[in-house]
Design a protein around this ligand. Structure first.
Ligand code: ATP
Length: 245
């Protein structure tokens, strides 16, 4: 479904991505892991159209979509849940969800809303609550639900478990497993490598803007060396916000 070929993205003279190639097949859950500054967010933002690549190619179902705007990527079926879950805090939960569904035909929106309430019961209970009053875990669920309202063929998530209490980290990873079991296609950046590798079909390890390893969850999880060298320790979160595994 998604082919990223030799993608290079720069911030001025800094090469944040250097010739990165990854692929995501329909129905696959792909993890992107690696320590701080490895280029994970840059990769998602470049695929989503938020950053223009300096080189390389992004293909969606065989079509060249390199450099497309975020709007156009969304129309093409690629949605991003950005880092720090940017929801509209002045609007209610229901309004946030409705905004997520603006790109789908009106007749499909109510069944999508029903699906979101089934997937995220807490959002059903808080439908008329201002999103600014949600806890971190609830806000993350709303950010994911809002992206799902666009009926994406590929859903990308940037650090969905970041900053959440351990019990909510589990809620997020259970949700990823549910979406996987329902056949969704996911590309997920996570610093919580251990949990990500349990859920992912395959993963890529980024370091200093390059793919340094890839494989199935069990293959990568079996490599002690990989965790110590590239990810920064099996149970440590390298962002200084405490272990999340
Ligand atoms: P993190 O987990 O900290 O978000 P990451 O793997 O997502 O890390 P990126 O945020 O993609 O990494 O950053 C990759 C590199 O690009 C880093 O060296 C970072 O300092 C640099 N970088 C990121 N954003 C910018 C920017 N707006 N301007 C300049 N350099 C940037």
């Amino acid at each position: 479904m998604l082919e990223v070929e030799r993608l290079t993205t720069r911030y001025g003279s800094i090469s944040a991505l250097r010739s990165v190639s990854i692929s995501v097949g329909a129905g696959e859950v792909i993890g992107i892991i690696g320590s701080n500054g490895a280029g994970k967010t840059t990769l998602l933002n470049t695929v989503a159209g938020l950053l223009k690549p300096a080189g390389g190619r992004v293909e969606l179902d065989g079509s060249d979509v390199t450099g497309w705007t975020p709007d156009r990527m969304l129309q093409a079926g690629v949605a991003l849940v950005p880092e720090h879950r940017r929801i509209f805090t002045d609007l209610t939960v229901a309004e946030n969800l409705r905004i997520g569904g603006v790109t789908v035909p009106t007749r499909e929106r109510s069944s999508l809303l029903d699906e979101m309430v089934e997937l995220f019961p807490v959002l059903g209970a808080r439908h008329q609550t201002s999103a600014g009053y949600l806890s971190g875990g609830e806000a993350q669920q709303l950010a994911i639900a809002r992206a799902l309202m666009s009926k994406p063929r590929l859903l990308m998530m940037d650090e969905p478990s970041l900053g959440l209490a351990p019990v909510l980290v589990e809620v997020v990873f259970d949700l990823l497993a549910t979406l996987r079991d329902r056949g969704r296609t996911l590309l997920v950046v996570e610093q919580n490598a251990t949990r990500m590798l349990e859920v992912a079909d395959r993963a890529y390890v980024l370091r200093s803007g390059e793919v340094v390893a890839s494989g199935t969850g069990p293959e990568l999880a079996a490599s002690e060396n990989l965790f110590d060298t590239f990810v920064g320790g099996r149970d440590s979160s390298s962002n200084g916000q405490g272990a999340q595994a």
